[in-house]
Design a protein around this ligand. Structure first.
Ligand SMILES: O=C(O)CCC(=O)C(=O)O
Length: 276
């Protein structure tokens, strides 16, 4: 894919772009092989989000046993160079993968959130490449609040109650509770500047991890979604500690702060693989 100045500007300003035809058929089947490997070899941490509800779906992230598979995929597809050229960063690190699987046409929207509420860093060089293997009309694709990576850092969602998508992760004073964007949109359709795209297999969404994102439900006419997310960061990522309260979350993320770092320090802990 040609990285144009316009694409870089859109990513930097809007916080999300669509990369049309990022993967040809062969490349996409290579991505699918790696996704399927991840599904077939889950870690003990893999979980079902919203278990026992119609919104239940599979989720797994940062499986250390499978990292070589992802690193090989990234190398084969040149994704570190892509990230570097989107930011003009000299160095690139792999932050980790995440797998989503929604099947059977029932699971609703993934709640609005910013990934930066779950990690102790922020800065311009941070992105997700969101790859789904199905054709997804806009209403089944991930949505973004334009430019929200440059605005307020909200608390995260706890992912423990599908009827309360803003249930606070940290409940700390530092970060405001997530707004109920869907309720506000239902009342006033234009109240949030939301961007999204119809997607064909081979397209990918590329977005700053701090952009408010959510949605991508499955429905009877678009019943299955298999998604691999690859996250990267570059030179301009800086330590920004998480709140010190106890998180309400399915995984223990309470130990992610690094007391040896000062807020604003460059953030590239050695346990993240450096790609270039
Ligand atoms: O695919 C989804 O349902 C959510 C994606 C997401 O939260 C992410 O890519 O960070």
């Amino acid at each position: 894919m040609k990285v144009t100045e316009q694409l870089k500007q859109d990513l930097a300003g809007d916080g999300a772009v669509v990369a049309r035809g990022l993967f040809g058929a062969q490349e996409l089947s290579r991505v699918r092989e790696t996704y399927d490997y991840g599904i077939a070899h889950p870690s003990p941490r893999a979980k079902h989000v919203y278990p026992g509800t119609p919104d239940e779906h599979f989720n797994e992230y940062g499986n250390p046993d499978n990292i070589e598979q992802y690193l090989l995929l990234i190398k084969d597809l040149g994704l570190a160079d892509l990230a570097a050229s989107l930011w003009d960063s000299e160095h690139v690190w792999f932050l980790g993968e995440e797998l989503f699987m929604k099947k059977g046409g029932k699971a609703g929207r993934s709640p609005w959130h910013q990934d930066t509420a779950y990690m102790p860093a922020n800065g311009p060089h941070l992105l997700n490449i969101w790859i789904s293997f199905e054709k997804l009309p806009k209403r089944n694709a991930l949505e973004f609040v334009r430019g929200s990576h440059l605005g307020t850092q909200y608390d995260g969602t706890s992912y423990t109650d599908p009827t309360d998508p803003t249930k606070p992760l940290w409940g700390a004073a530092d970060w405001p509770r997530l707004p109920d964007i869907e309720a506000e949109r239902a009342q006033h359709p234009g109240s949030w500047d939301v961007i999204s795209w119809d997607l064909e297999p081979g397209d990918a969404l590329v977005f700053h991890s701090g952009t408010l994102h959510g949605g991508a439900p499955v429905t009877p006419d678009c019943p299955d979604r298999h998604t691999l997310v690859l996250r990267f960061f570059g030179d301009k990522l800086f330590y920004r500690p998480l709140p010190s309260t106890k998180p309400d979350f399915g995984h223990d993320i309470s130990g992610l702060n690094d007391p040896t770092l000062t807020p604003g320090d460059q953030y590239h802990p050695e346990y993240f693989a450096q790609l270039r």
